[in-house]
Design a protein around this ligand. Sequence first.
Ligand code: SF4
Length: 472
Amino acid sequence: MGRTLYDKVFDRHAVRPLPSGQVQLFMDLHLVHELTSPQAFGMLRERGLGVACPERTFATCDHVIPTASRARPFADRDAEELLVALEKDCARYGIRYLSPAKGEQGIVHVVGPELGLTQPGMTICCGDSHTSTHGAFGAIAFGIGTTQVRDVLATQSLAMEKLKVRRIEVHGRLRPGVYAKDVVLAVLRRLGVKAGAGYAYEFGGSTIDAFTMEERMTVCNMAVEGGAVCGYVNPDATTYAYLRGREYAPKGAAWNDAVRSWDALRSDPDARYDDVVTIAAEEIEPIVTWGITPGQSSAVNAPLPSPSDVPEGDRKLVENAYAYMGFTPGRPLRGQAIDVAFIGSCTNGRFSDFEEVARHLKRSGRKVRPGVRALVVPGSQKVREQLVAAGYDRVFREAGFEFREAGCSMCLAVNADKLVGREICASSSNRNFKGRQGSPVGRTLLMSPVMVAAAAVSGHVEDAREVFALNS
Ligand code: SF4
């Protein structure tokens, strides 16, 4: 019986079985950021422990960093304190800090792949839920809590249970105006946000095979929103082409050895899965969330479901969502006015995300509708540099977007980029929970970056295919 990539990577990294029934798993790479690390470093010191593998630990600042100005000290004292603490901890323990002053900073799930730190067959962890992003490279990558950050700093390992594996196959060609974000939103709508509990999601099929690495990252990023611990794609020529030549990728003869070993990690053709789900790419439309979980979504032109249409177990959550969002079942979300448009985050804050939007803005000449606050926030300083080099910063500014510095920004809104009151935000991020974007009563509509741009220039949710003539 063949084995999955998940099984192979898990078994390779198992140190020993634990009395709890769990397995001690070695971590190849630990990514650290300013929001969840200070407490963990503090706990280390309380116990008189050091960092076991500083050479496998990399730090960046992303969550609290301001995106309007980088001048130090930051106006937000708490943000300044968090950054100073991270800088000191990195210096004290010999950890490489990806510094804004050196142009290395960015969202932790953007900079890891950029540097070639993320590689096939690795186990990767970080104190952030969307660590699943790194699975796009055929890594087993997952988010951990603060005490686990402490454990990994101290031991470079974690106590883990072995997961089941669900293969999600997407076949066929996406229609124009439908993107990787729509694919993963379609998966979440089909399976719900809890079905992944106890599972790793393996994404495959001809649609995923044809995706770029940045598209695969968008899909794996949101595996965690389906309740999965991690999501991954088997490594292939696309993976290797992306990695080759990056700072931490193997070089010379080591590269060929690495590719041989990565190829051997792919799930075997006769691998056994605990579940297989198949989705037809042609059936996916541009999707917008209307509720308070990423699974509560509809095609942009489809009427919103009535609470009576959903299974009884989900009805309360649907009623709760309508009460919070103030939308009406039976009507499509198309036409719903928005206040803010946000393009960025570790889901859709990479070069190709912005390039696609900039192309359509330039070609159409459309401008942000007066009254809409529209933010473009690159996922890293490198992404920002590339956008500036391509002249896309001008395209965004001329279209009426604010072109900001790199960071998480309005995805979690723990910096100054926040919704105000009941504002509605068309957002390319990954979570639409109540209060997610900084206002306790703010409302988030998740969608692809091109759909966000269509909403920004229309002043309301629109079908990007019509706004930007994508069908022609
Ligand atoms: S962009 Fe959002 S989800 Fe991604 S790391 Fe930052 S806060 Fe977390």
